[in-house]
Ligand binder design. Structure first.
Ligand code: UT7
Length: 320
């Protein structure tokens, strides 16, 4: 038995914010952002929330997979920006779509979250506990950015991506995952206030803080190794992979990974130019765009890879 992606969906906020728009509110430029990252614009949520975008992405994935709410046994949302601590985004989706039978919970593995959600769903499906799962990566990162830190806030965007997975004869062939908590503080968000009356809170609330160069080094060294491990585990040659759908953090990271793997860059589809980095949502949104643009054909082999906060990383080899 294998875990197969049978449908995808995504949802981006309405509001487009270009690099030029950002240059009107901070000391930056389209030239700097485009040349350093490949990002041209991103969508930022105004009315939308992590839950509303997730619900819409879920409905689109269900329609794409031709799966009803009653068929869904499991809902997992990977996010670092759920609207509330509880109820979870997954429970809000469950209520909105009427998936009464489903077990629903959120996970936090930052930008690797969708890969981790896929592996959890795979474990449940392999055990035979569940048959059909709805998995998402969804973020409203604009809520947790330090908008006075131009080196970080220009990189990120908001959105949600969803996939329906089901037990099948083909699908997820292998995956590799890892975490390096000891290096976690190179990408942090410490903005939780403590409401205990015995504890004095820090006066400043901290939002996302990133040592960009350390994260960059981590990504370009870890991701190729992880992808190779997943390919070895799957028994698939790298030349047989049709597409590499990587977390969309920076075009230079993707180019460096392609170079280290000795794979042509045109096998790495891109959404960061119009989405920016949407953490856990990057990979499922990219996958949905590939699916809807007709890039994916049955039998194709695809590598998915996520990396980021934690630090965490994950790669998967799937047969479409
Ligand atoms: O999903 C999580 C994964 N995160 C990542 O993958 C991020 C990985 N890191 C990166 O993508 C890159 O390190 C960045 C894009 C974040 C930064 O690129 P960089 O080439 O490492 O630039 P830098 O931090 O060394 O900064 C170079 C210069 C500095 O000015 P000085 O000191 O050389 O005068 C910065 O102050 O660029 C300046 N700078 C900016 N200038 C215009 C930093 N941000 C900006 C900006 N606009 N937005």
């Amino acid at each position: 038995m294998r875990t197969k992606i049978i449908g995808t969906g995504s949802c981006l906020p309405q509001t487009v914010v270009t690099n030029d728009d950002l240059s009107k509110i901070m000391d930056t430029s389209d030239e700097w952002i485009s040349s350093r990252t490949g990002i041209k614009e991103r969508r930022l949520a105004k009315e939308e929330t992590t839950a509303t975008m997730s619900i819409e992405a879920s409905r689109r994935a269900m329609e794409n997979a031709n799966v009803s709410a009653q068929e869904i046994d499991l809902i997992i949302v990977a996010t670092v920006t759920s609207d509330h601590i509880t109820p979870s985004t997954s429970c809000e989706i469950q209520a909105a779509i009427g998936a009464d039978r489903a077990v629903a919970f959120d996970i936090n593995a930052a930008c690797s979250g969708f890969l981790f959600a896929l592996s959890i769903a795979d474990a449940y499906l392999k055990l035979g506990t569940f048959k059909t799962a709805l998995i998402l990566g969804a973020e409203t990162l604009s809520r947790i950015m330090d908008w006075s830190d131009r080196s970080t806030c220009v990189l990120f965007g908001d959105g949600a991506g969803a996939a329906i997975v089901r037990a099948d004869s083909a699908g997820l062939l292998a995956y590799d995952q890892g975490s390096a908590g000891a290096r976690g503080m190179v990408l942090s968000c410490l903005n939780r206030r403590n409401n205990n009356p015995l504890v004095k809170n820090p006066t400043d609330i901290q939002y996302v803080h990133m040592d960009g160069q350390e994260v960059y080094k981590f990504a370009v060294t870890t991701v190729p190794v992880s992808i190779k491990k997943a390919l070895d585990e799957a028994g698939v040659n790298i030349e047989d992979i049709d597409y590499f759908a990587l977390h969309q953090a920076n075009i230079r990271i993707i180019q460096a990974v392609a170079k280290r793997l000795k794979v042509p860059e045109d096998k790495f589809p891109i959404s960061l130019d119009h989405c920016g980095n949407i953490s856990a949502a990057s990979v499922p949104i990219l996958l949905d765009e590939m699916n809807r643009n007709g890039l994916l054909k049955p039998g194709m082999k695809i590598v998915l890879a996520g990396f980021g906060g934690g630090l965490t990383w994950g790669s998967a080899v799937i047969e479409w």
